[in-house]
Design a protein around this ligand. Structure first.
Ligand SMILES: C[S@@+](CC[C@H](N)C(=O)[O-])C[C@H]1O[C@@H](n2cnc3c(N)ncnc32)[C@H](O)[C@@H]1O
Length: 227
């Protein structure tokens, strides 16, 4: 590690890190000692934050299922599934990409272009990644329609659906059903490509008087806790 630093110089390393948003493997190896969900990827801070929230939830015996709204190919959902091996995991997604109704709101408010293609996925591909597949409940289709009839409460929810409408509706739906001591982790709060996320959380926070905390992961998540 020291050799690499000496040979390349700190400035070059800083430039590489800036370009790829990554931590060097040596540092990652050190950080990953005894870490079951460790990933060698730029998602390190996001995953580590999830692990610490899971620890809190188990230490304090906070009950409830877990969920992700915005699953795409299941790469974060599979980590939630491992971090909460004894909890039901609800998976909400169209599995066909953004819906026109949500895109129209984006365009009208200049939040984003709504052009990113998330259609290259399917339910089986996602379920095949799950270590505890028996825990998964798939809600395929347009959220919030797919949330109808859910009577469960939650301890951890990841909302990662990029657009203002489902983000805001997701915040209201899950916060109502979040147990005290539970967390909602909202992806892209500080992502300049998806300005509707910040608008949705700020409005929700003001309306419900709920504070949140920004996280320094790659797309700038924010976390809400219910007291
Ligand atoms: C950025 S991707 C999710 C990435 C995933 N969480 C991960 O970390 O790998 C956003 C997903 O939100 C889904 N989505 C957006 N709006 C939705 C809605 N109204 N109902 C259901 N799914 C929606 C899209 O289909 C897309 O798969």
């Amino acid at each position: 590690m020291a050799n690499v630093v000496l040979r390349l110089g700190y400035r070059t390393i800083k430039q590489i890190l800036k370009k790829f948003n990554q931590i060097p493997c040596g540092v990652m190896m050190f950080l990953s000692k005894d870490r079951p969900n460790f990933v060698f990827e730029y998602e390190y801070i996001r995953v580590s934050s999830l692990e610490l929230m899971a620890n809190e939830i188990y230490d304090k015996n906070i009950g409830g299922s877990v969920a992700e709204l915005g699953v795409y190919r299941g790469d974060f959902a599979k980590i939630i599934n491992v971090a909460f091996p004894d909890r039901k995991l609800y998976l909400f997604d169209t599995f066909e990409g953004f819906d026109k109704r949500d895109i129209n709101v984006e365009l009208k408010n200049n939040y984003s272009t709504g052009k990113q293609d998330f259609s290259k996925t399917n339910v089986e591909l996602v379920l095949n990644k799950m270590k505890n597949r028996q825990n998964c409940i798939v809600r395929k289709g347009f959220f919030p329609e797919t949330a109808e009839g859910i009577g469960d409460t939650f301890s951890f929810v990841s909302i990662d659906c990029d657009l203002y409408e489902p983000m805001k509706k997701g915040l209201y739906f899950f916060y109502e059903r979040l147990n005290n001591g539970g967390y909602i982790m909202l992806h892209d709060y500080n992502n300049k490509g998806y300005n509707g996320v910040k608008a949705a959380l700020r409005e929700f926070s003001k309306e419900k008087k709920v504070p949140y905390f920004p996280v320094c992961d790659v797309c700038g998540s924010a976390v809400i806790m219910k007291l």
